[in-house]
Design a binder for this molecule. Structure first.
Ligand SMILES: Nc1nc2c(ncn2[C@@H]2O[C@H](COP(=O)(O)OP(=O)(O)OP(=O)(O)O)[C@@H](O)[C@H]2O)c(=O)[nH]1
Ligand SMILES: [Mg+2]
Length: 367
């Protein structure tokens, strides 16, 4: 299955074909920084009290359809067992239709935490009227003919635009600052005995991730041009110590397609709600590329985080063993893997696969 996927990618994605063969798996890099002991619970050191009695203003967010119920149950079961039964963070479930009673009942039984189920306002989900539907239809057909994944799907585009610019505006999300995004049918492979929200809050982080990879260029042909235009119009939003060096090897002229895989995100909604991202999303949205192309929330979020935040505010969580088919991140150090009682295979971690951008991240962080 993975080999087939790999072969498809080799032919369909030039960046992938250039940099990889299955035998080319890189290891032995300097491991990423770990979350300090002080954030672990129960405390294993006398001064390890930072996370014991505190909780962040945070929630899990799960966007799902009623038909995703079995996958949602598996994901929630995993995160409860590995982390949240000891922490009790709430959940917000969002859907473009009302959730069924069956969905709510099967999910609610999994945790004692607050669970809220919301419907997405129509204008946060559906294609805006000013999009030229004839043009959009033709472009979708073209992408489908070119076998671009989800190229022909309108609902996938609604989802990507919603995740880019609307989830944090939902009334149920207003009371929270931090979120952890979870999708149906993902797996958490390690016990998590620290609180990532508190770690991020105390250390002035805005965006946490576990997997980074190349985007399919054909889904975002004009995106980078618009990003550059926006940066020229709004230099005041560009962070001084930004992470442009992770996105581009020539100072921002060309995008190298690296982005964080946004099906996992732990992030600060103050960042998305702030003036830089608000203006950025509105500008991108006005260009129509969520519908005329197939812009994903992953490159949109990643590019914004890398440009409007300082590089020290982006955090790679090595400790969080995470799987979204077909890729898994497994901790890079044996001690972390043992401590987390991880069920993933360290030797199959995606980090230094040819399609991963981890090497770019390492090089950039060292520079
Ligand atoms: N309510 C609702 N949720 C959706 C819809 N489409 C996608 N989602 C959710 O949006 C998230 C991303 O969708 P996925 O289909 O997993 O997209 P993906 O991760 O890019 O692709 P896969 O590799 O197929 O998982 C998941 O949480 C889905 O449940 C939709 O039309 N309605
Ligand atoms: Mg998915």
């Amino acid at each position: 299955m993975l080999v087939i996927f790999h072969s498809i990618l080799r032919f369909s994605h030039e960046g992938y074909g250039r940099t990889t063969s299955l035998s080319k798996i890189f290891k032995g890099k300097e491991p990423a920084p770990l979350v300090p002991e002080a954030y672990y619970f129960p405390p294993s050191e006398p001064n390890a009290t930072l996370a014991v009695d505190r909780r962040a203003n945070a929630t899990f967010i799960i966007l799902a359809r009623n038909t995703d119920i079995n996958g949602v149950v598996r994901s929630v079961r995993d995160i409860e067992d590995r982390f949240n039964s000891a922490r009790g963070y709430p959940y917000v479930f969002l859907n473009d239709e009302p959730f069924t009673d069956e969905f709510k009942e099967r999910v609610s039984v999994l945790s004692g935490s607050l669970m809220e189920f919301g419907e997405i306002p129509r204008d946060h989900w559906y294609q805006p009227d000013w999009i030229d539907e004839d043009k959009a239809t033709k472009l979708r057909q073209k992408m489908e003919e070119e076998n671009i994944i989800y190229g022909g799907s309108k609902s996938y585009r609604n989802m990507c635009r919603f995740n880019s610019g609307f989830f944090y505006k939902h009334p149920l999300m207003q009371k929270y600052r931090w979120y952890w995004r979870i999708e149906p049918e993902v797996h958490f492979h390690c016990d998590l005995h620290f609180d990532p929200f508190l770690f991020m809050e105390d250390n002035n982080k805005v965006y946490g991730w576990t997997i980074t990879m190349y985007e399919f260029e054909k889904t975002i042909p004009s995106l980078w041009g618009h990003v550059r235009d926006f940066m020229r119009m709004h230099p005041e939003y560009v962070a001084e110590e930004n992470a442009m060096g992770f996105l581009s090897h020539d100072g921002g002229n060309k995008y190298n397609l690296c982005h964080f895989w946004s099906n996992f995100e732990i992030a600060d909604m103050n960042f998305w709600r702030g003036p830089a991202y608000t203006a950025f999303f509105e500008y991108l949205d006005s260009r129509g590329g969520f519908y005329y192309e197939r812009w994903g929330d992953a490159p949109v979020h990643s590019i914004a985080a890398a440009i409007f935040a300082n590089k020290s505010q982006l955090h790679f969580f090595d400790e969080i063993g995470y799987e979204h088919n077909p890729y898994t991140h497994c901790p890079q150090r044996k001690e972390t893997w043992q401590r987390g009682r991880c069920s993933c295979d360290m030797s199959r971690s995606f980090d230094y696969d040819g399609y991963s951008c981890m090497r770019q991240w390492d090089d950039f962080m060292k520079s």
